[in-house]
Design a protein around this ligand. Structure first.
Ligand SMILES: [Cu+2]
Length: 367
């Protein structure tokens, strides 16, 4: 794991060195040959790496009057359980003592978004998504049901985000903007399922599923951050940091943890239309506050226990951007990004994240 981090750091360092060398060469060329002031060259989104890797939101601003429509498919796979930073077995989970151990989970997200720029300085955005969660669990010590596995699932509208990006400057191929957003609690907090426990009293009885199977936060959340972008002749890098703060307690008696996110990426443009990227993403999700008032015993499964919340994670992701900048399809982009956690540490017992994937299509008009 440490080797992976080192390799990633080395690769990024190498790319940066290349970036700097290229940037220098380009600047020398422009000043000596054309006598053009490099301060006049602006950062531009009209190249493949003019958008960040697709897993990232709010990375780029638009020019006055531009619209952009996007669809993203995102998936996250989880397998097995962690206690702190260590993998633990099913019997460890039963020893805690939980009756049921989560085995694997898949979260799928279909996200649609719109961006519109009323001015060169300000870009507005709105995003919402449909979530699909599937989790397989294994019974431990429950009488008559030990060793029996079962599935739970939930599906529906998630929370909706509105926000804006305010550009602070764009000169010398450097651009910086502020990100701000508001998350509206449109996702359900009452996703239910039939489990061996809920069947004990009533064959059709269902129960509310665990925290991570619910579709929304139930709270109004504000987000603030900043994004910095720098381009060279055929490469670029960017960085974004943001903090999500949940304003209230939800109707069920709890508040999901606030979230800090910092990410850094570098991209190399093989041509104007194709670029590849390498990205590091760090997130720190704080502990959940309060508890769902309908959860009687936290010992059914770790996903019902508010002690099992909060996580630090570092992901390493590779991406490809493909963009068209002329002709009838001008403004169309296809992008993918996939990655793995290189470090994760959870509070209590939580599932281990194993793989993240995002594919998206974006279409900008009006430019
Ligand atoms: Cu956009």
């Amino acid at each position: 794991m440490k080797l992976t981090i080192k390799l990633a750091a080395l690769a990024m360092f190498a790319l940066l060195q290349q970036n700097q060398a290229q940037g220098l060469k380009k600047e020398q060329q422009t000043t000596s040959e054309n006598q053009v002031n490099t301060n006049d060259i602006k950062w531009t989104s009209s190249r493949a790496d003019g958008h960040a890797p697709i897993g990232l939101m709010g990375d780029h601003v638009h020019k006055k009057g531009e619209w952009m429509f996007s669809y993203r498919y995102m998936s996250m796979d989880m397998d097995g359980n962690l206690k702190g930073a260590d993998e633990i077995s099913n019997s460890d989970v039963y020893g805690e003592p939980y009756m049921v151990a989560p085995q694997n989970m898949k979260m799928k997200m279909h996200m649609i978004g719109t961006m519109y720029a009323p001015s060169d300085k300000l870009t507005l955005l709105v995003m919402t998504h449909i979530l699909q969660n599937d989790m397989e669990l294994l019974n431990g010590s429950m009488p008559m049901m030990a060793g029996v596995s079962f599935d739970t699932s939930s599906e529906g509208l998630g929370d909706t985000k509105i926000g804006g990006l305010y550009q602070l400057f764009n000169k010398n191929r450097r651009s910086m903007h502020l990100n701000f957003g508001l998350s509206i609690p449109t996702g359900s907090l009452n996703e239910r399922g039939v489990t061996p426990m809920s069947r004990m009293n009533n064959p059709d009885g269902d129960i509310r599923l665990g925290y991570n199977m619910q579709l929304g936060s139930g709270t109004w959340d504000v987000q603030a951050g900043t994004t910095y972008l720098k381009q060279y002749q055929s490469s670029s890098f960017g960085a974004q940091a943001s903090y999500l703060y949940r304003l209230n307690e939800n109707s069920e008696g709890y508040t999901l943890g606030n979230k800090f996110n910092a990410t850094f990426w570098t991209a190399y443009a093989f041509s104007k239309t194709v670029s590849g990227s390498l990205r590091l993403d760090f997130q720190n999700i704080e502990r959940l506050d309060g508890k769902d008032k309908t959860f009687m015993s936290p010992y059914m499964a770790p996903v019902f226990d508010n002690a099992n919340s909060g996580r630090k994670q570092l992901d390493l992701l590779l991406g490809v951007n493909f963009g068209i900048f002329e002709g009838v399809l001008n403004g169309l982009r296809l992008e993918i990004e996939a990655g793995l956690p290189v470090y994760q540490k959870v509070t209590g017992i939580q599932m281990k994240n194993t793989f993240a994937f995002t594919a998206g299509i974006q279409y900008a008009i009006g430019h």
